[in-house]
Write a protein that binds this ligand. Structure first.
Ligand SMILES: Cc1cc2nc3c(=O)[nH]c(=O)nc-3n(C[C@H](O)[C@H](O)[C@H](O)COP(=O)(O)OP(=O)(O)OC[C@H]3O[C@@H](n4cnc5c(N)ncnc54)[C@H](O)[C@@H]3O)c2cc1C
Length: 504
């Protein structure tokens, strides 16, 4: 690093922090800071005061959901099945720093689950697109219909779920962090830190029993603990992660051309340069309410490659390079960000630490490792997951009905490839590969292209897609072999073969 560069970088980080605080307030900045440091914190250990409940102990709740982000949607479903449910979150329950895009299948699943009526779901749709596009630097633009073509009012959805949960008697513990648990034969004891300002962070950082550092302790017990803490869960061990930052912007120029926004077109994926700083950065832009567009910048990474501060430094890049992506006088109205875990299916899956603990959502990382569409995947499986959890509260050994989409056995290896792109003279290879792959998808027809983005592509079709991509770009064999160990390549082939046979 040259003299002066360190100072400039620190200034840029401080400016990024200030812009997030100005738009989102202190509480949101604190959530960013927590998430940015969470991966550094070791798994919480039950404090000395936490004892596993004895056999036959009666639990306070049937189910406690730790994490009231998207997984809050499960609470009303469990309560309407007659279970005693509590939700706790280290911040406010149902106040996720997200905006969501989804397709028709997800909207239908929301109403089919019984959570909301059809007209209530309809009112949550703030924009619909005629098409989406993927566009690669130095390559082409590939339109697709019927994928991620609705913008959902995330705050409205969570507020509706919260109201429904409250009406059904769910206990909602805002600003309560789960900091440890101890499992007994019939129940799980939970160590919960009730937040005095800053106390949760201190308890987590010190790995201490709550109370030891000023948080007011509270002991709860449940027959089933549902870990919905997302990337902050100590059991979120998936091998990939997608740091994502951005938010709802106003002031972007509207019109035709790659540097303007069309309110009826979603930009699903777009790159504006080759690999820089060892990463292929990707933009997304989803128009929402009139005059608003949600814009994200993200990259794929292996979990171990993402250290503390990754989100803030990505925000600095976001503000610096936004004008390269879109014209206009952009103003950040609502920051949205997160670390989305992804699992390649080439390593061991994230596993719950006991029979009476279940991982859901991002902590479990069963969504697509290529699109990271955790909202879509969770909502499609909402009713099935709720039924699985209700059964598990009764009988923790009950088999699960929720199943992995077959296409995920193939896409994880591609995401792993993108997580370690070649740099230097070969920095353009990632865009060239993406351009070839999307040209193939587009040529295979809208059903195949949208099917991959909706997690619906069948293994046989996926293999055809791989073959055609390799025929157009034989370098892909070298790229795969240099990015993935042989063992992983073997698992990839075996996984695909298994799904292929299952589908026959
Ligand atoms: C910026 C962004 C945009 C996205 N857009 C889309 C999209 O358009 N479409 C799509 O399909 N998917 C999208 N996703 C993915 C989707 O948001 C996630 O997959 C989904 O929110 C996961 O839900 P979850 O309940 O597992 O975790 P989250 O929604 O992340 O909630 C986790 C909750 O746990 C709480 N928590 C953390 N630690 C503790 C603790 N110790 N105790 C108690 N609570 C705790 C947090 O405060 C948080 O509220 C996006 C993700 C990001 C980051």
């Amino acid at each position: 690093m040259r003299a002066g560069e360190g100072g400039a970088e620190a200034r840029e980080l401080a400016e990024a922090r200030e812009r997030v605080r100005e738009a989102g307030g202190d509480a949101l900045l604190a959530r960013l800071t927590h998430l940015d440091g969470a991966r550094r914190a070791p798994a919480p250990r039950p404090g000395p005061a936490l004892r596993a409940p004895d056999r036959g102990a009666r639990a306070d709740y049937d189910v406690v959901i730790a994490g009231g982000g998207l997984s809050l949607l499960l609470a009303p479903l469990l309560a309407s099945a007659g279970l005693r449910v509590a939700v706790l979150d280290r911040a406010r329950i149902g106040a996720a720093h997200r905006e969501w895009n989804a397709g028709t299948a997800e909207l239908e699943a929301l109403s089919a689950s019984g959570l909301l009526a059809k007209d209530e779901v309809e009112r949550l749709v703030v924009a619909r697109y005629v098409e989406g596009i993927c566009r690669w630097h130095g390559g082409g633009t590939y339109p697709v219909r019927g994928a991620l073509d609705h913008a959902i009012d995330a705050a409205g959805l969570l507020a509706a779920a919260r109201a429904r949960a409250e009406a059904l008697g769910v206990a909602l513990l805002d600003e309560h962090a789960l900091v440890g648990h101890a499992e007994g034969p019939d129940a799980v004891a939970l160590a919960v830190a009730e937040a005095a300002p800053g106390a949760v962070e201190a308890a987590e950082a010190a790995e201490a029993a709550p109370g030891a550092v000023g948080a007011r302790p509270r002991a709860l017990s449940a027959r089933l603990l549902v870990d919905a803490r997302g990337a902050a869960s100590p059991y979120a061990t998936a091998d990939l992660v997608c740091p994502t930052v951005g938010g709802v912007l106003t002031g972007l120029a509207e019109g035709d051309g790659p540097r303007r926004i069309r309110p009826d077109v979603g930009e699903i994926l777009a790159t504006t340069e080759d690999v820089e700083e060892g990463r292929q950065h990707v933009w997304e832009a989803f128009p929402g309410r009139p005059g608003e567009t949600t814009v994200y910048l993200f990259y794929y990474a292996r979990t171990g490659d993402v250290g503390p501060g990754a989100l803030l430094s990505l925000y600095a890049r976001f503000f610096r390079l936004l004008p390269r992506y879109k014209e206009g006088d952009a103003r950040l109205a609502r920051p949205t960000f997160g670390l989305i875990p992804g699992w390649t299916r080439l390593t061991a899956a994230p596993r719950a630490p006991g029979r009476r603990v279940r991982l859901v959502g991002d902590a479990a990382a069963r969504h697509s490792p290529l699109t990271f569409c955790g909202f879509g995947a969770s909502v499609r499986e909402l009713a099935t997951t709720a039924a699985d959890l209700a059964r598990a509260a009764e009988d923790p050994g009950a088999p699960r009905a929720a199943r992995d989409a077959p296409v995920h056995s193939g896409t994880g290896a591609l995401a792993a490839l993108m997580a370690r792109p070649a740099g230097g003279a070969r920095a353009g290879e990632m865009n060239a590969l993406l351009d070839t792959a999307f040209a193939v998808l587009h040529a295979m027809g809208n059903d195949a292209y949208a099917g991959l983005l909706r997690d619906e592509m069948q293994p046989a079709e996926f293999i055809k897609f791989l073959r055609e991509t390799a025929a157009r770009r034989p370098e892909v064999y070298r790229e795969v072999v240099s990015a993935l160990p042989l063992r992983a390549i073997g698992r990839w082939g075996a996984g695909l073969a298994r799904e292929l046979l299952r589908g026959r």
